[in-house]
Write a protein that binds this ligand. Structure first.
Ligand code: MP5
Length: 215
C-alpha cells in the first residue's frame, strides 16, 4: 500500500470520527443551523489567509522540481478567499474584525511551526493531511446530501474533480518523498498526520459548538 494511504489507515479511528462529525452530518442533511455555518465561514477564512504563509514557507523549502506545483497553489488560495468573501456578502456576514478561535489559531501556528522546524517531507505530510481531510470531508457531504444546500458552492469546490486531482498529486509526491525517508522520519510523518486529523476534528467541533477563548 502506498505511504499516503497507509497514513490514512494508521489514523483510521480519528479519520472516521472526523468524517462522522455532526457538523458534516447536519451539513449533508440540511439541518445545520446557519449560525454554525457562518462561524465556520469566518474562521476558515482566517485559516486560509494564514495558510498562505505556511505555503509560502513550504515553497521556499521545496526542492526545485516541486516549486511550480506548490507555487501554483497560492493563486488557488486567493481564488478561495474570493469565494469566502462572495459567500459572506450573500449571507450578510462580516469577515472584518474576526478573532481566531483557539483551535483556528492553534492549527495555523502548528502549520507554521512545522514548516519552520521539521523536515520538508514532514511539512509536506501536514499539507497532504489538511488537503486530504478537506477532500474526504466535503466529498462525504456531497455523496450524502439529499437536496441542494444553500452552501453548495463550498461543497462543490472541495469535492470537485479538480480538487481530487490536486490531492492525488500531493499523494503521489508524498509517496516519492517517503521512499527517501528513513524509519524515524516516517514515524514522525505519521505522528504529524495524526495531529492534523485531530485538528480537523476540532475545527468542525468549534464551528458547531462555538468554543471560544474562556477569558
Ligand atoms: C482546509 C481548510 C483546506 N480550508 N480549512 C481547514 C481547517 N483544513 C483544511 O485547505 P485549502 O488550502 O483551503 O484547500
Amino acid at each position: 500500500m502506498a505511504f499516503s494511504e497507509r497514513l490514512v489507515h494508521a489514523v483510521a479511528p480519528q479519520w472516521q470520527a472526523m468524517l462522522q462529525h455532526p457538523f458534516l452530518l447536519q451539513l449533508a442533511d440540511g439541518t445545520l443551523p446557519q449560525g454554525c455555518f457562518e462561524r465556520w465561514l469566518r474562521q476558515d477564512y482566517l485559516f486560509v489567509r494564514e495558510d498562505l504563509g505556511f505555503i509560502g514557507c513550504l515553497v521556499a523549502r521545496a526542492p526545485q522540481a516541486l516549486r511550480r506545483m506548490l507555487g501554483d497553489f497560492i493563486p488557488a488560495l486567493h481564488r478561495e478567499l474570493d469565494l469566502f468573501e462572495a459567500m459572506a456578502q450573500e449571507l450578510g456576514v462580516s469577515l472584518d474584525a474576526t478573532e481566531p478561535a483557539p483551535i483556528c489559531h492553534a492549527y495555523n501556528m502548528f502549520l507554521l511551526a512545522t514548516v519552520q522546524t521539521r523536515s520538508f517531507a514532514e511539512s509536506f505530510t501536514v499539507l497532504y493531511g489538511a488537503e486530504r481531510a478537506y477532500y474526504d470531508s466535503w466529498a462525504w457531504v456531497k455523496s450524502h446530501q439529499r437536496q441542494t444546500s444553500p452552501y453548495q458552492r463550498f461543497i462543490d469546490h472541495w469535492s470537485s474533480d479538480a480538487f481530487a486531482a490536486w490531492v492525488q498529486d500531493l499523494a503521489r509526491t508524498l509517496d516519492t518523498l517517503a521512499v527517501r525517508s528513513g524509519p524515524d522520519e516516517l514515524a514522525r510523518m505519521e505522528e504529524l498526520f495524526r495531529f492534523v486529523v485531530r485538528y480537523e476534528y476540532l475545527f468542525w467541533d468549534m464551528a458547531l459548538t462555538g468554543s471560544e477563548w474562556p477569558v
